[in-house]
Design a binder for this molecule. Structure first.
Ligand SMILES: Cc1cc2nc3c(=O)[nH]c(=O)nc-3n(C[C@H](O)[C@H](O)[C@H](O)COP(=O)(O)O)c2cc1C
Length: 178
């Protein structure tokens, strides 16, 4: 992974891809699949929805940081499998052969992903919504153009199709440097 512009980090999440979220606290670390998320502002801030039924929640509460990682489309089976078991008693990194590297915070980056954003928790809302501040972004240059996965929500998934550039039509809405 190479450092990526924090200004552009929201573009990793804005298309709504299925994410893998890593967390860590003390000697424990975990990874879960996450599709309930959104960009909240360009700074960048994100909201995710999860809860105490996940082991990741405990690590997020204890550690206060996480990594949002964007997996490539050819990880689809792995991404589903990660979201089907708990890391409370299983090391999912070993079980699913997930190569990691260290960033700024304790939760690891996932080397084979398209990009990663290291985030700090700003606030836990009672309803299970967590507000995150992106602090450091990373890009995997070998995977940067890989298609991403999008969940329909009923067990079906779609992957990215053709991209089209309409920047000229919305230039004044785009922040400086994006
Ligand atoms: C495709 C997919 C999407 C998911 N999205 C979410 C989500 O947005 N929020 C959530 O809390 N759980 C979501 N899950 C469920 C968690 O990934 C699952 O409970 C996971 O096993 C939690 O692992 P943990 O106990 O190690 O934290 C999703 C699972 C799948 C397969």
């Amino acid at each position: 992974m190479e450092p990526f512009s924090l200004q552009k980090a929201f573009t990793l999440i804005e298309p709504g891809p299925v994410l893998l979220m890593t967390t860590a606290s003390g000697m424990k670390r975990d990874v879960m699949t996450l599709t309930w998320h959104m960009v909240v502002d360009f700074s960048p801030r994100f909201a995710i929805s999860t809860g105490p039924w996940n082991f990741s929640w405990r690590l997020l509460k204890a550690g206060g940081t996480c990594v949002l990682a964007v997996p490539p489309a050819d990880w689809i089976r792995k991404v589903i499998a990660v979201g089907m078991i708990s890391g409370a008693e299983t090391d999912k990194f070993a079980r699913f052969d997930l190569e990691t590297e260290q960033g700024r915070y304790a939760p690891p980056l996932l080397t084979g992903c398209i990009g990663c954003i290291e985030c700090r928790v700003l606030r836990f809302f009672e309803e299970g919504i967590v507000l995150l501040q992106g602090e450091q972004a990373w890009l995997n240059p070998q995977k940067a153009d890989s298609p991403r996965i999008h969940a329909v929500g009923d067990g079906r998934f779609v992957t990215d199709g053709a991209a089209a550039d309409y920047r000229s039509l919305m230039a004044e809405k785009l922040p400086e440097g994006v």
